[in-house]
Write a protein that binds this ligand. Structure first.
Ligand code: GN1
Ligand code: MG
Length: 368
């Protein structure tokens, strides 16, 4: 097996015991590798980077080195005033000293330390869990806020630029295969209508950026609930993982993504749409956790656009899934036919729920 072969390229003591798939990522392939010596065991995360999505895997690794060095130093410096031991994985170099190992097919593999005695969840579990998600995101944005954005590569050009996803959708929809998929079901037609209804509005954050109201900062890019690690012993968040999309961006992409992910108790893969809604109690809890850290660095203009962020990132993810369905599943991994269409329907349903609850959500954000 390729993963077993590649696991042994990294600088880890002992001999390989097993390598097995782990996590439910939509882009990269992730494995847990276990190595043992005669007296100890080491577990680590092995990943094959999806080159189809990340055309420059070396950029990801360079960003990760800048980031982890910076964050590890700051966490050490602040350790005495913290209510917990914050963590962030480290990169495990290959035996030849490189940050990754390349296989015979030119695919990039990397190894990352495992955050032990902690787990992440695909769906939000409770009000307390939601609070921790917000708290972890705020802490992460705060400790990376002083990294100069010029030191970070753009690992994924166009990421979270909603009008670009609209262009991708239009291109896929213009092909004969795309047309056929659009007409394949009433669900697909309904999604297409939903996109059209939001077409004009969806430049809202990019427009604010262009007007100079919002500025680029280091962001995580993918702070969904599944990337928040919760300590098994205390139930508190200890870490945010999946650092591929750390790059210059708007903090709104992060806040919007965290809210759209953590306030939907049914999760991204729900099949029963009646279960999908934006839970405003969970939103209250996330915002209070987030603001504990973010209050210190948010501007009035930042705050002004937080509601738009939640609505937009839910819509945008729906658009990305839908565009991928129309294009024939070329970006997100799928386990069954029509999965990207179902994922799109969930996010569009969530967007509707956000729109219906606008007044309550704005109130939460205004008083935070
Ligand atoms: C993808 O690979 P994963 O599961 O961490 C995607 C995110 C989406 C997320 C939705 C690079 O993340 O933007 O929000 O799926 N990552 C990329 O689950 O496109
Ligand atoms: Mg990710």
């Amino acid at each position: 097996m390729k993963a077993a072969l590649m696991a042994q390229k990294f600088d880890v003591a002992g001999r390989l015991v097993t390598v097995g798939s782990t996590g439910a990522g939509n882009v990269n392939d992730t494995y847990l590798a276990i190595f043992r010596t005669t007296f100890s065991e080491e577990r680590f995360i092995l990943q094959r980077v999806n080159k189809n999505v990340f055309p420059h895997p070396e950029y990801i690794m360079e960003n990760m080195m800048v980031l982890t060095e910076h964050v590890h130093k700051r966490l050490e410096a602040e350790a005495h005033m913290s209510d917990r031991i914050w963590q962030l994985p480290r990169l495990i170099p290959a035996k030849d000293g490189q940050p990754f190992a390349i296989d015979g097919d030119g695919e990039y593999w990397r190894a990352i330390s495992l955050i032990a005695s902690a787990h992440s969840y695909e769906k939000v579990q409770s009000i307390e869990h939601a609070h921790e998600a917000g708290f972890v995101l705020g802490q992460f944005q705060r400790v990376i806020s002083d990294i100069d954005v010029d030191r970070l590569h753009d690992t994924l050009v166009g990421f979270h630029i909603t009008p670009e996803y609209l262009r991708t959708f239009d291109q896929a929809a213009a092909t004969p295969e795309g047309q056929e998929r659009l007409r394949s079901s009433v669900e697909a037609e309904h999604c297409q209508r939903f996109v059209e209804e939001h077409r004009e509005w969806c430049t809202i954050l990019e427009d604010a950026k262009d007007r100079g109201e919002l500025s680029l900062r280091p962001i995580h890019g993918d702070p969904k609930i599944a990337n928040i690690m919760i300590d098994d012993a205390t139930g508190k968040g200890t870490c945010i993982v999946d650092l591929d999309t750390v790059k210059p961006g708007l903090i709104h992409y992060d806040v919007g993504d965290c809210l759209r992910s953590c306030c939907n108790p049914a999760g991204e893969e729900a099949l029963d749409l009646s279960q999908v809604f934006f839970d405003t109690d969970l939103c209250d809890s996330i915002v209070s956790g987030y603001m504990a850290h973010a209050r210190s660095f948010l501007t009035d203009a930042d705050r002004h656009h937080l509601y738009d962020a939640a609505r937009l990132i839910a819509f945008e993810l729906g658009l990305r899934f839908f565009a991928d369905f129309v294009a024939g599943d070329v970006y997100f991994k799928v386990r069954y036919d029509g999965q990207n269409l179902n994922r799109a329907r969930v996010q569009f349903r969530l967007t509707e729920s956000i729109e219906q609850r606008e007044r309550i959500i704005r109130k939460t954000l205004d008083k935070a």
